[in-house]
Unconditional design. Structure first.
Lengths: 492, 492
């Protein structure tokens, strides 16, 4: 099955037209609106793409494509903004060609050809960017743009069972990776919502965060060593469990969003697959009690695998609540020891903050926690359906210290709701209002979605100016012709 | 009391001549040697320092010193090599002057003056470097060298109890910091062996590691935001609990060893002071059993505060064993919950690997664990005494993945012992043999001591060449005249 070129997942997956209409009717009923119309899913024969400005050289012809489907698939990401533009027929920045290298050597050949041809290169993993990170909108300074799709670099190359780590190719998608690790009793245990269609290299390039949200959350923590091809050659860090030798060379690549090179492999820290589990979905009448409990659990040193707070609305929408209370999902898991003592103390903390703790379950897949999990996993498909119904569903995320949380939360909610009242028909102004408010109040423009091209205006206000200068200088050292993902993070 | 200019601690601290001689007699007896002679501690009136090549301008005269004591104190670090050179009268690279700014503004004034005068600047925290990181050996390209002593920037400026973090000045030493946090029930809980005479800014600049050696070990993990003065101006990262926005700007400064700027403040993550403790010093007849247990505990997800393995020799020397068995010290602590369940499972893991687990103690300051702790804390003084007896005591440290540990350990021990057999009278060749072997076998030249000037030859083999190019380019952006700590990490 092919991947959809305009939305989430594979052809045939997701909601069919009848299901989308039923969902629209249901929501319209809740909101007291007329049932919305359904926009048809784009058909490839209706998509107008500009003529390719580049031709692959003969030696690379086998691994390059200029098929409309391939070019369209590599044009837009998966945000509301991307979906809405696709439905509106705005495919403005297609790559001139898509390369599908089968090896690191072929990655190098494509890179060399791009440098020689003056073409920009946009690395592409699973295509799940919601930050215009993979959109070949590279400006006019290039002979063209090549989308480099790493899907064939999908293997676990080497496993070290003693240290629980493995050398893994950058193009592997989440499920393919876990499938290769499962027979060894190992797991990376990194589950961003995009898990099905995002890649290891993409996670590293964007500093991905998983839904296991205490202790090791960001992919940064799992990288033991990383290898990239830059326009200047190989950049490979020594595989080490820890080091204090100068600024960490891996950290320059982690978060570099394709602007310095293509991540072809990494040594990743793994974990034993858990066998002990305890999970509870704790209900709170007060949102403040709920976040105070989240803080208490997060600061307790118990390190639950999951500690996710849903406000009353999100609990309702995900089927984990009835809209009258917030829900804190707390899950412990371990490959080594029963976790009852851990769960018991977390439950105490929740009760001290006014939480109602139900019976603890030995799985996170049942009850309210399971309902949330199901909604989380099928989020991409639901999103597509809502956009087709003309409804704005946009995602954004940030991070802030606890002391500023109440004002921050109130300020961003207020800015968002104000924009919603003022705006009709587009999500961009709402996102802009929310983003500006969270930067103004001291948050970050992204905890795990990355910067891409979409978040640049706010990122430019968040990061130190001198860091931008240092990063530009580092980029010039690695990518002198500035062909790597131009427009992302910094201007060359 | 002044700090010693030639060794560890304050004047009057440490072993007096009689105690040093007694230690020499004891060790000579163990080793079957004649009691060694005692080299006298250096006297400042005997120290020959080259004439200063720089004079402070009038506006900075108040905060600058050219007193021989101050210049000598800022000449050498605290390694065997430093001590031995000091005892031999080799004070070859004194700073031309030492500046003691009282505020960040004064740091900026000194920096501006250095840039204008063509002087190199060497930031100085507690002076505990064992890597020639603070030695003003900057080459001939400068009008002189200024040691910037940050001791007056020693305050906790702001505390956020909710998020458990604080804004702290870079020059604060370990005990001063903990003293200011204690009334608030908070602790940074970062205890490198140099704790008494090393500073927050120094920890960040060198990517320090503390003796709490599982979970949060490196200072990197505790930095929430950092502020530095560079020759180009202020470099301040946004205070955030987490972010995925581009490569982490803090990580460029963390480990920069004074080559990019002076760290004046940081927002640091703190912890509640622990009230629950459990500790055991587990004895192992077999070293392999001991390190297998260390691996088991480290990989269990129990996250002990301490998990330190002493081989039979180190256990003997620190008074934690009789030389017949290895000792694994395992300590749990928590501010939130009793830790018996954690300790019980760790004890099980140790027993499975052949460990004899004694009664668990509610403190890490008694018994064999306490003996090790005492030896660890007074290590600087013992070291001074041994060097004065003409005995080589050198420290080095590294990191390696578990799969390679047995061969790595054997290879480095063998290379060290071979060098010991071949060499007499100097520790440098031994250190060189050990360092070359650990780099050859895939380790890192430093897990927490930093690179400085001393480790440069091995660091240059460890780090990716293209990272060095990127770092050099970033340095040029921040420090165009290359005045910041020249010779450390990279050549400008």
């Amino acid at each position: 099955m092919r991947r959809k070129f305009w939305g989430w997942g594979l052809e045939g997956q997701g909601l069919d037209d009848q299901e989308v209409l039923a969902l629209g009717g249901l929501l319209a009923g809740h909101l007291g609106l007329e049932p919305p119309d359904l926009r048809p899913a784009p058909r490839i024969e209706d998509v107008r793409l500009r003529q390719p400005r580049l031709q692959a050289p003969g030696a690379l012809a086998d691994i390059c494509s200029q098929e409309p489907w391939d070019r369209a698939e590599h044009t837009l990401g998966k945000s509301f903004d991307d979906l809405a533009r696709g439905l509106a027929g705005r495919w403005e920045h297609p790559p001139d060609l898509v390369a599908f290298p089968r090896s690191e050597t072929e990655v190098g050949s494509v890179l060399e050809w791009c440098a020689a041809a003056g073409a920009a290169m946009v690395p592409y993993g699973g295509g799940s960017s919601v930050a215009r990170g993979i959109e070949p909108d590279v400006g006019d300074g290039y002979a063209g743009a090549v989308s480099l799709d790493l899907r064939h670099l999908d293997r676990v190359l080497e496993v070290d069972r003693d240290s629980r780590s493995a050398r893994i190719q950058g193009g592997v998608l989440g499920p393919q990776l876990e499938e290769q690790l499962r027979p060894l009793g190992l797991t990376l245990r990194h589950f961003p919502q995009s898990f099905e269609f995002s890649s290891l290299g993409g996670w590293i390039a964007t500093r991905s965060g998983g839904h296991y949200a205490t202790l090791f959350t960001h992919i940064d923590e799992f990288v033991q060593g990383v290898r990239a091809l830059t326009p200047r050659g190989v950049y490979e860090t020594r595989r080490l469990p820890g080091s204090g030798a100068g600024p960490d060379p891996a950290r320059l690549l982690i978060g570099s969003e394709g602007t310095l090179g293509v991540i072809t492999e990494a040594w990743m820290r793994l974990q034993d697959r858990p066998v002990h589990r305890a999970s509870a979905a704790v209900a709170f009448a007060s949102f403040e009690g709920a976040w105070q409990a989240a803080r208490g659990v997060a600061q307790s040193g118990l390190w639950p695998a999951n500690c996710r707070l849903l406000d009353a609305n999100e609990a309702l929408l995900s089927g984990s609540g009835d809209g009258t209370h917030a829900v804190l999902i707390v899950t412990f898991e371990s490959a080594d020891h029963p976790v009852e003592a851990w769960m018991a103390r977390a439950a105490e903390i929740c009760r001290e903050c006014g939480g109602e703790v139900p019976d603890v379950s030995a799985t996170a897949r049942a009850g309210a926690a399971g309902a949330w999990r199901d909604a989380f996993v099928r989020g991409g498909h639901t999103h597509d359906a809502l956009v087709r119904l003309g409804m704005v569903q946009e995602t954004f995320e940030t991070a802030i210290t606890w002391d500023r949380f109440p004002d921050f939360h109130a300020g961003v909610m207020e800015a968002t709701q104000r924009a919603l009242r003022e705006v009709c028909g587009t999500g961009a102004a709402i996102k802009e209002a929310a983003s500006s408010e969270l930067i103004r109040l001291g948050g970050t423009i992204t905890h795990h979605h990355a910067v891409g091209r979409y978040h640049r205006p706010w990122y430019d206000r968040e990061r130190p100016d001198l860091f931008a200068e240092a990063l530009r200088a580092a980029k010039r050292a690695l990518d002198p012709a500035a062909i790597m993902n131009p427009g992302v993070l910094i201007d060359p």
